[in-house]
Design a binder for this molecule. Structure first.
Ligand code: IMP
Ligand code: MG
Length: 188
């Protein structure tokens, strides 16, 4: 057994910052203004957990600054991954409590990749009688959209390169969600 300091010190990954906290805050303000210009006060906002929780928290406060007072409920979905690739299976881990019949809904998610998660969520709400379902994603990895999925987000924070990203709510094995920026691990 070795006691050398190199063994005892946890390794710190090298993270390349893709979107800084300042850049994110500025973009959110513009997004909230755009949303407020197109929706009225009776909006039902549904963040898809877990990855969207920080984005949604910031965005709804920016929405408030723009005169919106949305109802908020949470949908917790699990999309299953084989390594870092989506398998296409989506399960509801925790459902919303709100009756969506006749409601204008805004779904909020962290990343749109294949589109399976948001397609599942949108169909779920439409089947339950929502009057409209709009989609706001923080990051759009457009090149990874599954061929058979037709899903164009109504609001996009940033277009994202095809990299596995962490921070600002997004995780790698439930870590790094606390980072105030979005980054990419360049060295573990
Ligand atoms: P989709 O169903 O393929 O569109 O996958 C979207 C979901 O996969 C997102 O809501 C994230 O939870 C997760 N995801 C996709 N790419 C990343 C990533 O780069 N970092 C962290 N989570 C990701
Ligand atoms: Mg997610």
């Amino acid at each position: 057994m070795s006691n050398s300091s190199s063994d005892a010190t946890p390794r710190k990954p090298v993270i390349e910052i893709l979107f800084s906290a300042q850049k994110i805050a500025a973009r959110n303000k513009l997004l909230a203004r755009e949303i407020a210009a197109r929706h009225d006060k009776d909006l039902l906002v549904i963040p898809v957990l877990k990855g969207s929780f920080i984005f949604a928290a910031d965005l709804i406060r920016d929405m408030h600054q723009n005169g919106l007072s949305p109802q908020v409920d949470f949908l917790y979905l699990a999309s299953y991954y084989d390594g870092t690739k989506s398998t296409g299976k989506v399960d509801i881990l925790r459902d919303i409590e709100t009756d969506v019949t006749g409601r204008d809904v805004l779904l909020i998610d962290d990343i749109l990749e294949s589109g399976r998660t948001l397609q599942f969520a949108r169909e779920l709400l439409r089947t339950r009688g929502a009057a409209s379902v709009k989609i706001c994603v923080f990051l759009d990895k457009e090149v990874l959209r599954a061929k058979h999925i037709e899903l164009e987000p109504d609001y996009i924070g940033f277009k994202c390169p095809d990299l596995f990203v962490i921070g600002y709510g997004m995780d790698l094995a439930q870590r790094y969600r606390e980072l105030p920026f979005v980054g990419h691990i360049v060295q573990e």
